[in-house]
Design a binder for this molecule. Sequence first.
Ligand code: 5AD
Ligand code: SF4
Length: 449
Amino acid sequence: MKFHITTFGCQMNVHDSDWLTRALESRGWEQADEGEAQVYILNTCSVRDKPEQKVYSELGRIAAHLKRDENIFAAVGGCVAQQVGRGFFERFPFVKLVFGSDGIAGAPNALERIAEGGDDRVALLDFVSIYEERETSEERTVSLPETRQAFVNIMQGCDNFCSYCIVPYTRGRQKSRLPDVVVEECRALVASGIREITLLGQNVNSFGQDKGGVGVSFADLLYRVAEIDGLHRLRFTTSHPKDIAPEVIRAFGELENLCPSLHLPLQSGSDAVLKAMRRKYTQERYLSIVEGLKQARPDIALTTDLIVGFPGETEADFQETLDMVERVGYESSFSFKYSDRPGVAAVNMEPKVSPEEASERLMRLQTLQNNITKKCLENLVGLETVAFIEGMSRKQNGEETFWKGRDPAGRIVNVAMPESDGLVGMMVPVRIIEAKKHSLMGERIGIPW
Ligand code: 5AD
Ligand code: SF4
């Protein structure tokens, strides 16, 4: 069978799609281009309204392929699948499988049965309370990426119920993996050549604080993974400010391979809005975390998520968000207009901010952020760092070849180097020579290793 996966949304979805690809390939299925597939899999996101709408338009596009072969079918996984469930079977009869993120473990078998004609329609929508392991370390290390970077799931789901967020409803309660299993997976990846690992979870800082917990905190886990010989770069995402422990902050000063970057979603700078969002921290507490992080690691690059136009947000509240963005000096941020999601508490909160007002605030916020980003990048010109090469970026003037890498903080660094095999996955010593709008230019100053 030939399959094609399209992924929307967060890194957790990307990671789930990678696993599904490996699982189907191990059953003899083959990845195919969109025009040639017999099975279309959409891994979906419903965190905001826009990504959800994209799923429907994508299904509309897939329907056109039925003209080529009427046996073509589709599967919808992830958050929209969990939310809409069997509703997909009625709206799009060629959808034969729906699976939520807790049901993904059963998806490969279900797809096989459907392809063989054994099952007509399957819905895998039950939540589980304990993390279900999907593969062994040996299976995990089959066909690793050339970039030598890997994501490792440490947990699934979320217990926070921030008032705007659909995630606890679509991904279920928090379930941590066993720390030994996580460390073993990381060890096997590094032994197979992986140099950079990103630990993944909806709220990694509360790792272990659920039924799967065995007394190992996120800080403990971080130290255990960091000590794996040969692991050059360690990252983690996402962090909830309310749960970040002093030991994790300290780790930024102590663990050499822990990268100097942290994504710490602020959402709003106003205490009143934070309260309505049920974020359980204040502006003051957030700033004290930032201070601690900067003390532990002065070169730390902070990034964040921000929502504008949350119900009840006044111009003064919004000003506080702008103030916070300036005070923290985020390297970059993702900012969104608040969007009502079905079933979340904020749906019933009033007054709603008009879409025009929200758009205007978003624009002001993004303009401010662009200026700060520019300054952050300009401050790096002249410094020496190491770019971890991910691939070729583009040719300039038809002559020079540029390679795209990342510095330890995760900033994109483009480096002019001759076209050659084997540069992907290498560390290249560079000096930063120029700051672009969202990236840096570097010149090679040493031998790639
Ligand atoms: N409206 C707008 N943005 C949202 N996010 C989550 N839910 C909503 C919503 N209802 C944003 C938050 C979160 C990011 C992944 O998406 O900023 O951190
Ligand atoms: Fe959503 Fe809040 Fe959980 Fe993040 S911490 S996934 S914003 S409920």
